[in-house]
Design a protein around this ligand. Structure first.
Ligand SMILES: [Zn+2]
Length: 265
């Protein structure tokens, strides 16, 4: 079975601190961070899957930004508000799909920027790693990176399905257990006409997996773990694993090229 992968970028976080993604590197640099829902399609079998569902400016303003505050402050950074590009349902409509046409949703992890558009899909099965689910509620230090509790309570009464470690979802689509950014993060390996691609589920960019060679000249490490992590060494090992499995056929959750890249396959 073979799938195409299309990034649907519905919104972005403007001018985010880059070291939030590349731990202890790139202090003071700012990046526009895409919020991506990855559309995975097998046209032959009529299968449509979303990996993550992203966020919108409205969801952010109504559920994430503290009431009465002009900005969210989280772990040392004052966040500029989320900016919409196009709504996720409009982006799906471009592909002839309604929200009802999505067979299931895989969440790489439960940070708000990956799950806040779930109310668009009230009847759709949602797949999360058991270790991620069992770690709720989040530790206070990372709690403002997560959705409010009621969003997870809504998920629990819908069609929640829990994965355990590496697992095949359907032939050609596998989850890889890649913890460390959060307790139960998962990545998604996808068979495409161009070979196997991995959507890396940690909040990372290309540079985490393929750092500047200048840095590596004197460093003893090979990759850069994400700035946000619940287990630094597990996060490092997950980044190594994904790089080794994917090579350059790798799509980080916040791939900066997602704004204007061609679909895969
Ligand atoms: Zn993220």
């Amino acid at each position: 079975m073979s799938f195409t992968i299309t990034p649907l970028v519905m919104a972005y976080g403007p001018q985010r601190e880059k070291s939030r993604f590349t731990f202890l590197h790139n202090f003071g640099e700012k990046i526009d961070l895409p919020y991506v829902s990855w559309l995975i399609q097998d046209a032959e079998r009529g299968l449509n899957v979303l990996v993550d569902v992203g966020c919108s400016a409205e969801e952010y303003a109504n559920h994430i930004k503290p009431p009465g505050e002009s900005k969210l402050r989280h772990a040392g950074e004052e966040f500029a508000d989320v900016i919409n590009i196009r709504s996720l349902d409009d982006l799906l409509a471009d592909h002839g799909l309604g929200t009802d046409d999505i067979d299931f949703i895989v969440l790489t992890h439960l940070d708000w920027d990956h799950c806040m558009n779930l109310p668009l899909f009230p009847d759709t099965k949602v797949i999360v790693q058991r270790k991620e689910w069992d770690a709720l509620p989040p530790h206070p230090f990372i709690a403002s990176g997560f959705a409010p509790d009621y969003r997870y309570e809504e998920m629990a009464v819908g069609g929640l399905e829990l994965t355990e470690g590496d697992q095949q979802l359907v032939p050609g689509l596998d989850v890889l257990f890649t913890p460390g950014h959060t307790p139960g993060g998962q990545s998604i390996a996808v068979e495409t006409p161009r070979g196997r691609y991995v959507i890396a589920g940690l909040c990372t960019i290309w540079e985490n997996y393929f750092p500047d060679p200048e840095i590596l000249k004197t460093a003893k490490y090979e990759v850069i773990p994400p700035g946000g992590h619940t287990d630094l060494f597990a996060a490092y090992n997950s980044v190594v694993r994904i790089r080794d499995e994917a090579g350059t056929q790798l799509l980080p959750a916040h791939h900066l090229e997602a704004f204007d890249m061609e679909p895969v396959g």
